[in-house]
Design a protein around this ligand. Structure first.
Ligand SMILES: [Fe+2]
Length: 223
């Protein structure tokens, strides 16, 4: 895979897939939101980090395709679903959920992320945005991101950045991690957290759809 600069990337087209965003989230999440009234643990907050996209073009729920490009993103495809809810487990509708992440090589499509041998993937969208409906549910299809060096002695474990914004609640910025990854216990942002806070950010991808795509549930509990 050649290294591609921003200037050499193919022109993207408007996506129609974004129109389907949030309409196909799992029914299990919906059922949980309607029946549970017990307190839901708040999702731990994390820093936004330096790589929020500077240019947003294609932004639908499927990060594994870029409009007008025939190929699919490199890496293992996964599905991330969840529900935005409040501390009483009531679904939060009208919440804008944004995700951004590195590609399979651990590279962000961001001018401040120097290549250092990590190529861009022209078929990876890198950012997605959906709005929750009445059930508070969201869904993204993406790939497991690669780890990357944050400093000489600090390798960030694979993670996906999240931002959830609703008019009715304070915004939540955080990061989702992959449960059991060997780098989680050494990460300077994740490892120091309490067990409860860490559990709110680590997601197991141990179930699979009929097509073999592993899925994980990452609920976002707003204050
Ligand atoms: Fe990051």
């Amino acid at each position: 895979m050649p290294i591609l600069d921003r200037q050499r990337r193919p022109v993207r087209c408007l996506s129609r897939r974004g129109l389907l965003a949030g309409l196909t989230a799992g029914t299990a999440v919906l059922a949980a939101g309607r029946t549970a009234r017990a307190a839901c643990a708040l999702t731990a907050r994390q820093i936004e980090g330096p790589f929020f996209p500077t240019v947003i073009e294609d932004h639908d729920w499927d990060l594994t395709y870029v409009s007008c490009s025939a190929g699919r993103a490199e890496g293992e495809v996964i599905e991330v679903t969840g529900q935005v809810r409040d501390a009483r487990c009531r679904p939060v509708s009208g919440c804008v959920v944004e995700v951004w992440q590195a590609n399979v090589h651990g590279r962000y499509d961001h001018p401040r992320d120097e290549p250092r041998g990590r190529p861009l993937d022209p078929n990876f969208q890198g950012y997605g945005r959906v709005t929750t409906g009445d059930d508070g549910a969201y869904r993204f299809v993406t790939i497991i991101p690669g780890s990357y060096p944050a400093m000489d002695d600090w390798i960030r474990p694979p993670h996906i950045h999240f931002k959830a914004r609703a008019a009715s609640h304070p915004a939540l910025t955080t990061q989702m991690y992959f449960a059991g990854h060997r780098l989680n216990g050494k990460d300077l942002l994740l490892a120091p957290l309490s067990a409860e806070h860490r559990a709110s950010l680590e997601v197991a991808f141990d179930t699979a759809r009929t097509d073999g795509v592993r899925t994980g549930t990452f609920n976002l509990t707003l204050r």
